[in-house]
Design a protein around this ligand. Structure first.
Ligand code: OW7
Length: 398
């Protein structure tokens, strides 16, 4: 018989207080222990850098087939057919992952970079001309919302559906709140638009979406699987990059000396984004579901239980990072896991890095100084951390 006393906490990672200042709550969680039972939701929390990595590397025990969010697909019906890359384990995962990795490979990125540069320069020029902006609607949202669907090969009309759908996908990672139920009243119409745009005929030739259908033509996927993988692009490709670019911009605006480093040496753009992904990742947490009872880091976790894994806490763990709460774009960020790690580590991370690198290089070339022009606001989605507002004044480079 096991006599392990479980460490419990009444912290609610989905509460407004927690989300407003997750980092102080992570410190409290880490102090309680590497594995803590969150009694409010009946789930386990893993918050230390080393144990987060251990969970993510043990896919046999900590499965993705139980769903990417709080909902337990071993016990509940999913809100949509599960993702065939995120919400599956090997061996099924291997084939779909291979196709998506190839579509998002360095060769694709080399072909796309020039268009990213043109679009970034255009959006940055517009924002600089305006000077006083809300950076979220004026700059941070429009750029990914153009370059990502352009790359996939989605028509220009109706792209706002991508934002609503993304909100649903990541909203579904959290609890069933009134906010979620209200959002989901739009699910039938928005899902129909999304699925329509996942069809072969809806995708422009030469795009990343068409590359998925080329894999179907080569016999690697069925036609339905190709549509489901395009759905994964449209689920995970837009909000994530909007939020991570927004949080990076805020970190730079709040640390003028770091902005000055980047402005004086735009080759630091990639490093700045990487450090921001450690410091304030748009993906703060994700879920695994146990396939069996397991002894893990001093706790006995039962079979088919949900484990909430805090990437955002791993990035601030003082056992791994020196002065973890300091934003320092010259830091060595090796070991940064804001994109996750292991077989489900973000398949689009090179794409996201390129988008961000090009964006911050364009900004560094055009802007001398960034002035905060009021408080920023977080957006209310339990599955992603990001901003709904970031008032700034951009002072142009002379
Ligand atoms: C998908 C955790 C990021 C995701 C998120 C949401 C949806 C999907 C993947 O990965 O549909 O594959």
């Amino acid at each position: 018989m096991s006599t392990t006393a479980r460490i419990t906490s009444d912290l609610d990672p989905f509460s407004a207080e927690f989300r407003a200042d997750p980092y102080s709550h992570y410190a409290a969680l880490r102090a309680l222990g590497p594995v803590v039972w969150l009694e409010r939701h009946g789930i386990w929390a893993v918050s230390h850098h080393d144990t987060v990595i251990a969970v993510l590397n043990d896919w046999q025990t900590f499965s993705n087939a139980g769903g990417g969010g709080l909902a337990n697909y071993f016990k509940e019906k999913p809100w949509r057919p599960p993702s065939i890359i995120l919400e599956v384990d090997p061996p099924e995962h291997e084939r779909t992952r291979t196709v998506l990795s190839r579509a998002l490979s360095p060769r694709t990125l080399r072909a796309i970079r020039g268009r990213f540069e043109e679009d970034a320069a255009t959006f940055v020029a517009g924002a600089v001309r305006k000077g006083r902006i809300d950076a979220v609607p004026d700059l941070v949202q429009p750029y990914p919302l153009k370059v990502f669907p352009d790359s996939v090969g989605i028509e220009a009309e109706g792209r706002e559906n991508l934002l609503v759908y993304g909100a649903m996908v990541f909203g579904s990672f959290g609890p069933r709140t009134p906010w979620y139920e209200e959002l989901m009243t739009r699910a039938p119409a928005v899902s129909a638009w999304i699925l329509d745009h996942c069809r072969r005929a809806a995708l422009a030739p030469g795009g990343v979406g068409a590359m998925i259908y080329a894999a179907a033509d080569a016999g690697e996927l069925s036609e339905d699987e190709a549509a489901m993988l395009v759905r994964s692009f449209l689920s995970a490709g837009v909000d994530t990059t909007i939020d991570s670019i927004g949080l990076t911009l805020r970190a730079l605006a709040e640390h003028p000396e770091q902005w000055a480093l980047l402005r004086d040496d735009p080759s630091l753009a990639r490093a700045a984004f990487e450090e921001a992904t450690r410091y304030d990742s748009s993906s703060q947490s994700l879920f695994r579901t146990t396939t069996r009872e397991v002894e893990f880091a001093g706790a006995t976790i039962g079979r088919h239980e949900k484990v909430m894994v805090f990437l955002g806490s791993a990035g601030r763990d003082p056992a791994r990072w020196e002065e973890p709460d300091r934003f320092d774009i010259r830091r060595r960020t090796t070991g940064q896991i804001g994109f996750g790690v292991g077989i489900h580590g973000c398949v689009g991370q090179m794409f996201a890095r390129l988008e961000a690198e090009v964006f911050f290089q364009a900004l560094a070339a055009a802007v001398d100084r960034i002035e905060l022009d009021g408080p920023s606001a977080l957006r209310l989605n339990p599955g992603l951390r990001g901003l709904s507002s970031l008032p700034l004044v951009l002072h142009r480079a002379s």
